[in-house]
Design a protein around this ligand. Structure first.
Ligand code: SF4
Ligand code: SF4
Length: 188
């Protein structure tokens, strides 16, 4: 039948060669793509053993700071919890007893202080709200991966800064229970 535009092109089906029927060109093409990717720079890293460099504005894992005498700065005023948009912070306030002046800077302190790292969006508002310069987000540390959700609730044992700078560098991201006990003994 004559086409109206006269632009139609008749395509002839070319018969496959013997090599094409054995899929050889397709196999070699596939292998060449595999080999090319094999020697290319990898786009992935072996996290968590390896981490990428942090951005200069990165806000990571929180730390509860001590003053120059090694006392906890936090007075459990609750401003950080109020400022937190993710409601990730909870605490219980207590009154400092006689003889505990070397442990807590103010008369009121946090008996417990917890941050749920699964809720936290690392915005830094808690840091800005704190009137005692007690809570900071560290620029070079982040919460390590865990299998259990409970393990993302960080208590004072993992948030409070160790007294000795050596202990801080050894502990990496967090204090173990044993280190926390040792720390309490040092402070007593
Ligand atoms: S960094 Fe932001 S989300 Fe995380 S605990 Fe602080 S205020 Fe809440
Ligand atoms: S960390 Fe700062 S804002 Fe939060 S309860 Fe302690 S003193 Fe108050």
């Amino acid at each position: 039948m004559q086409s109206l535009s006269n632009r139609a092109k008749q395509v002839e089906k070319k018969p496959f060669t013997l090599a094409e029927r054995a899929y050889l060109p397709a196999i070699f093409q596939g292998l060449s793509i595999t080999m090319r990717h094999f020697f290319m720079k990898k786009a992935t890293i072996r996290y968590p053993e390896e981490t990428r460099p942090f951005s200069p504005v990165f806000r990571g894992l929180h730390v509860l700071k001590r003053d120059e005498a090694g006392r906890e700065r936090c007075t459990a005023c609750g401003l950080c919890a109020v400022a937190c948009p993710a409601e990730a912070i909870t605490m219980v306030a207590g009154e400092r007893k006689k003889g505990e002046e070397n442990l807590y800077r103010e008369e009121k302190y946090a008996i417990s202080y917890e941050i749920n790292m699964l809720r936290c969006i690392f915005c830094g508002l808690c840091e800005e709200a704190c009137p005692k310069a007690a809570v900071y987000l560290q620029a070079d540390k982040m919460a390590p991966p865990r299998y259990e959700r409970d393990e993302f609730i960080y208590g004072k044992d993992r948030l409070v800064e160790p007294v000795s700078p050596d202990a801080r560098s050894k502990r990496g991201i967090q204090l173990t229970d044993e280190q926390a006990v040792k720390l309490r003994a040092q402070l007593a």
